[in-house]
Design a protein. Structure first.
Length: 92
């Protein structure tokens, strides 16, 4: 019992340290736009493209099919990556 309490105390300390670390950094970068921001923007645009394509496939009734071979993708794969365009065979 006392061992568990000690563990919880240590965990609490870690949480407090982590919370204290970013103090002063604020949520929004104040400096000029960096490469990280450009990369994040690129990633967001790519995701938007995938989303757009998924919506068009939904409208066309081909959602969940590989764009390469037309095979139905496994429900498990779609649950993990709803915007997947290719089956595992062709995504690799
Ligand atoms: Zn395929």
């Amino acid at each position: 019992m006392s061992e568990q309490t000690a563990g919880q105390a240590a965990e609490q300390q870690t949480v407090e340290t982590a919370r204290a670390a970013p103090a002063g950094a604020g949520g929004i970068a104040a400096g000029p736009v960096g490469l990280d921001d450009v990369a994040a923007l690129d990633a967001a645009e790519a995701e938007l493209d995938d989303l757009d394509a998924a919506l068009r496939r939904l409208e066309a009734g081909t959602y969940g099919r590989c764009e390469r071979c037309g095979d139905d993708m496994a429900a498990e794969q779609l649950a993990r990556r709803p915007l997947a365009r290719l089956c595992p065979r062709h995504a690799a």
